[in-house]
Ligand binder design. Structure first.
Ligand SMILES: NC(=O)c1ccc[n+]([C@@H]2O[C@H](COP(=O)([O-])OP(=O)(O)OC[C@H]3O[C@@H](n4cnc5c(N)ncnc54)[C@H](OP(=O)(O)O)[C@@H]3O)[C@@H](O)[C@H]2O)c1
Length: 341
């Protein structure tokens, strides 16, 4: 008898030529997601180019609604405006959409899913599911085990975000600037709001009138939605650092009930998709270089705050894998496992 969970699905990837799209194709192949047919879609600029999937070249087509006919599952990894315009088109044509952009995340009718944290949210989908921001995913992965162990009252978080969080153009701008810096040339900044090489920028995306960045607001609102804690106090600052891949964050967490560093370490170590690397006396802690190319979220520097009962920790995750592509593919696996797609 055929296993319905493994019965192959026709899949389209919108944004197949981008930073996330490329990794998405790799992750689908690595995890042996049952794909019967793959449509690689992007803009007119890429029509006729090819991408690799399971060792073969797949022709890239310029996306248009008719190309969703006969497709079961569409991953959107392009722009927010494209998701807004075309996700409902794919949905109307019978496909289930998993969207990586911010467009649908806060829509009350759209589940915002991190499969290890809130898999049940997927049950009520109406054809579109959203993946959280790359920074939010690592953050909630670190918070959820602490919440289950002792409840959550508040968190102060500072993120240190990689250039690839701004897509291929972000990565290219940083590597161009690193070369320019080495040759004593002027640093050109178009994607980021200033030179990033040899620097740190206290801004990801753009500032709002209240002085917070749009990225910081995503972190706050998405975290509350995923954890189902609409009043959770989150105080956040998002920084851009000259790292190619891997977002880091330092967290100061106040739990409802007392939680020792040892109990926190055990709760984190027992959570799926998390790994604790924490041996300070031997300089063992996770860094973006350790996490790049891996799906696990790594946590270290777990210690009690000296001025309160709160806990400090340090978390890193690959923004292109668990922060984007892997989380999207895990969401698709969840849909298949539960007969929801
Ligand atoms: N980078 C991250 O760490 C990260 C993490 C989480 C979520 N996301 C989200 O994932 C999405 C993709 O991000 P990315 O970093 O992969 O960006 P990217 O590297 O700039 O890639 C963008 C992709 O979208 C396609 N695209 C752009 N405009 C299009 C249009 N008008 N019609 C069709 N395709 C179009 C591009 O195709 P062409 O090659 O033809 O231009 C390319 O394939 C964004 O919504 C982003 O916010 C990114």
């Amino acid at each position: 008898m055929t296993d319905p969970q493994r019965s192959p699905r026709s899949v389209a990837v919108v944004g197949a030529t981008g930073a996330v799209g490329e990794i998405l194709l790799e992750v689908l192949a690595e995890r042996r997601f049952p794909v019967s047919r793959l449509r690689a879609l992007a803009s007119e600029r890429s029509a006729g180019a090819t991408v690799r999937f399971r060792g073969e070249a797949v022709a890239v087509e310029a996306v248009r609604p008719q190309l969703f006919d006969g497709i079961d599952l569409v991953f959107f990894a392009a722009t927010g405006s494209l998701s807004k315009e075309l996700a409902p088109e794919a949905q109307r044509r019978g496909a289930v959409v998993i969207d990586k952009s911010s467009t649908w995340r806060m829509d009350p009718g759209v589940p915002l899913v991190v499969p290890e944290v809130n898999p049940d949210a997927a049950v009520n989908h109406r054809g579109i599911l959203a993946c959280p921001n790359c920074t939010t995913i690592g953050f909630v992965m670190a918070l959820e085990p602490l919440r289950r162990a002792a409840g959550l009252r508040s968190v102060v978080v500072t993120t240190l975000q990689a250039a690839s969080g701004a897509g291929r153009e972000g990565t290219d701008e940083l590597s161009g600037q690193v070369k320019a810096l080495a040759h004593g040339r002027e640093l050109e900044a178009k994607v980021f709001p200033g030179p990033l090489a040899g620097n740190v920028l206290p801004l990801c995306e753009s500032f709002r009138e209240d002085g917070y960045s749009t990225e910081e607001m995503k972190l706050l609102l998405e975290t509350r939605k995923i954890l189902g804690l609409p009043d959770l106090a989150v105080s956040m600052t998002c920084l851009r650092v000259p790292v190619a891949v891997g977002h880091s964050a330092t967290l100061l967490v106040e739990t409802e009930r007392p939680l020792s560093p040892a109990a926190a370490r055990a709760a984190l170590a027992g959570f799926p998709g998390l790994r604790v690397l924490d041996d300070p006396l031997n300089n063992v802690f996770p860094t973006p270089r350790d996490v790049a190319g891996r799906d696990e979220v790594l946590v270290g520097r777990i210690r009690r705050d000296l001025g309160s009962d709160r806990l400090w920790l340090w978390e890193v995750s690959d923004n292109l894998r668990k922060g984007a592509a892997t989380n999207a593919v895990q969401t698709a696996e969840l849909l298949l496992a539960r007969g929801l797609a």
